[in-house]
Design a protein around this ligand. Structure first.
Ligand SMILES: [Zn+2]
Length: 405
């Protein structure tokens, strides 16, 4: 989805969108010790008075501003998972969101930034957010262990192991036995179809400058959105084509946002050529008929909250058709919150609910079976979105982040 103010508004999350980056910088480092304390210490509410809890507990909304604890997947996931599509910088407390993700072993996060609309401060802020998240990890994990019991946490961390660290944003995430750590973060950058009307040569030059940053893993989210039609359709199509050509030039994969426009998008992709570095359909929430041509074309398919929704049998039926080496998890946070957390603002940590549901959809038994499934998805995310810088990026890099050897 997008950080578009109007859309966020419709979902009652405008404050998270409009003020996220600025507020995040001010967000207190206070860590709640227990569920009750966390409720009392909830950070500033957004415009619709949805409190932001800065800890690693899951809560469900009840009536009249009350919240009850939600249980994490049980047994805990056997392997780390990746959130391949999040708007971390739109969250009220990105530091807390990254720390929470770390506790629940969401070890890799792609932050999707719109270079036309989003505050460019995010590019400089991310490393600091990760470092601050690392400082909160031990306390967050301890509080989660006290609340849920140590055995409920992934990796059975109990009261948090020493060795929590942020590492580098560019550093690859650890494997299943990694110590408690803030997630590795890569960026996905592009012009969302909503903002196509504001995409001109200057915007393209600005986007290219960002794509040269070796932290950028893909070009996105790009595509077509005929549901909102915030930009004229002809303009959306033109800007989609232009960015597909950029992806080819830069050697990057693309992350697609398609809404009520799959036929047109498929025609354009065939016409321009699917980017050789890969095409990812983000947040797939439709049926197998819509999915079929994209599967045939070799696309990667990411599932978020919708695959957990009670009425979404057709989405789950479509998911089962995706080859295991092209299947990914994501959130689209702060949007598309999965069950059982619907009604709350989504964060990268919620990937665990989607991953658990997907494993169920694929019939995985708890233990070694599910572990192998999750490891496969983890590998997919890294193979597609945690590559070394492209030759184009190396030739154009001006970033603060050293290109990895
Ligand atoms: Zn999105």
């Amino acid at each position: 989805m997008t950080g578009k103010a109007a859309e966020a508004n419709a979902m009652g999350q405008d404050a998270a969108g409009a003020a996220g980056a600025a507020k995040a910088a001010e967000a207190g480092a206070g860590v709640a010790g227990a569920a009750e304390a966390a409720v009392a210490d909830a950070a500033a509410p957004d415009a619709d008075h949805v409190p932001v809890f800065s800890d690693a507990l899951f809560r469900k909304k009840r009536k009249k501003g009350k919240y009850s604890l939600a249980q994490p997947p049980a047994p805990p996931l056997e392997a780390p998972v990746a959130d391949t599509h999040a708007h971390v910088h739109l969250l009220w407390d990105p530091v807390g969101a990254l720390a929470c993700a770390g506790v629940w072993n969401v070890g890799f996060v792609c932050d999707v930034v719109d270079t036309v609309e989003d505050d460019p401060a995010v590019w400089d802020a991310m490393d600091g957010w990760r470092a601050q998240a690392a400082e909160r990890l031990a306390a967050y994990a301890q509080a989660a262990a006290e609340t849920y019991g140590a055995a409920a946490l992934p990796r059975n961390l109990g009261a948090a192991k020493p060795g929590a660290s942020a590492g580098s944003t560019c550093q690859g995430a650890g494997g299943p036995s990694a110590a408690l750590a803030a997630p590795a973060v890569r960026f996905i950058a592009g012009c969302h179809p909503h903002n196509a009307k504001d995409y001109d040569d200057a915007a393209e030059a600005a986007l290219l400058a960002r794509l040269a940053d070796p932290r950028v893993a893909a070009l996105g989210e790009i595509g077509l959105d005929y549901h909102y039609d915030f930009s004229p359709r002809d303009v959306q199509k033109d800007v989609f084509r232009r960015q597909l050509r950029l992806a080819r030039e830069c050697g990057l994969p693309v992350s697609l946002h398609l809404r009520e426009a799959h036929d047109d998008a498929y025609r354009i992709l065939c016409d321009e050529g699917f980017p050789p570095a890969g095409t990812l359909l983000h947040c797939f929430n439709l049926d197998k008929q819509v999915l079929a041509p994209f599967l045939e074309a070799g696309c990667f398919i990411a599932f978020g909250g919708p695959v957990t929704f009670k009425a979404a049998d057709e989405v789950r039926e479509a998911a089962r058709l995706v080859p295991l080496d092209r299947l990914l998890t994501e959130t689209d946070s702060p949007y598309m919150t999965p069950e059982p957390m619907r009604g709350m603002i989504c964060g990268p940590a919620h990937t665990v609910f989607t991953a658990a549901r997907l494993a169920e959809v694929f019939g995985c038994a708890f233990g070694a079976d599910r572990e192998a499934f999750l490891e496969r998805l983890w590998k997919n995310a890294h193979d597609l979105l945690d590559r070394r810088p492209t030759a184009w990026q190396l030739a154009h890099a001006t970033s603060v982040c050293e290109a990895r050897p």
